[in-house]
Design a binder for this molecule. Sequence first.
Ligand code: NAD
Length: 373
Amino acid sequence: MLFLSRSAAVRAASYRSSAVAFRRFNSDVAAFKGVKNAAGKYTVTLIEGDGIGTEISAAVKDIYAAAKVPIIWEPVDVTPILKDGRTAIPDAAIESVKRNFVALKGPLATPIGKGHVSLNLTLRRTFNLFANLRPCRSVVGYKTPYDGVDTVLIRENTEGEYSGIEHVVVDGVVQSIKLITRPACERVIRYAFQHALATGKPKVLVVHKASIMKMSDGLFLQTARDIAKEYPQIELGAELLDNTCLKIVTDPEPYKPVVMVMPNLYGDILSDLCSGLIGGLGLTPSGNMGDEVSIFEAVHGSAPDIAGKGLANPTALLLSSVMMLRHMKLNDYADKIENAVLSTIASGPENITGDLKGTANTARFTEEIIKRL
Ligand SMILES: NC(=O)c1ccc[n+]([C@@H]2O[C@H](COP(=O)([O-])OP(=O)(O)OC[C@H]3O[C@@H](n4cnc5c(N)ncnc54)[C@H](O)[C@@H]3O)[C@@H](O)[C@H]2O)c1
């Protein structure tokens, strides 16, 4: 047992309470740090992306210009380079994101089974974007099997099954290591609690498979139980992943007052499942949140099958940019653009793209949004 002098004990207690206070104050974990220029505008890094990326980025830029959003786009090229034998992002792109603290990103194609490491993963690792925030809300006027879906999922974004530690043990036997560390669990779980507080959701739900992965998911779950003590006003629940999948597709309603948080792979899959509840990836935004910078991106990929044909739906990138505007506290512009896109979607098939069972091309859809701003 360690005995402390009275003054040391007082100092220790004060340190503990200020550490707790600091963590609570950090409801601004991942808060936006950018500043306006002399003309009152923020600069935002733009990674247009591959495939349909250029087309949907152009739509976003047109809508922003029409809505007079006070930002300047800074386009960067993220074509991968090799640095010391590893896939890396060009320095100019890294410096742009670091300088602006925020980026909007279109989809980036990843070679399967060979070639460079996923640039999406590289970006998340380069900027330590530890939490992937994926809300899914029903779009009024776009009918799906359930009305009123409103789920929020936070995925650990840096490790777990996506640590990229794989090797051949002997010919025909490979091993992939799921890495879970307490610091990474702590920051994503704390972010989940703070998101619940900030958005008025009373419960954080850890989705896990600690029944099978007793040590790795067990650590994630135990960390959540420890962090929950800092947030007595928020209830903590835990549910097995397979059970959550079954329950949420059977009835998404009970997940409305909940912020779900989970290891990387589970979040990747479950967030697509939630997208399916509201009409698919073309409608789903996301934010990759870090302490220094945040990158907002559509959940869908580069859609090579329709690239260059003017058929892409820009909604997911646009709604991701709306999340970005709220992160930057440009809430009025966010509301204006969100209302315009949602009312366009509700306005009928002649104004929306083929993936939403409409007949419009990207240009027509974009014009309709601009009309409704
Ligand atoms: N975050 C990312 O950058 C990201 C995410 C997923 C996939 N990818 C990459 O994208 C490439 C293609 O992947 P995929 O084909 O598996 O998935 P995908 O999301 O690109 O396409 C799946 C289907 O959805 C359609 N689709 C997707 N987005 C659409 C949109 N905005 N409007 C209309 N239709 C849309 C496509 O036409 C296709 O039929 C791969 O290289 C993959 O690695 C990138």
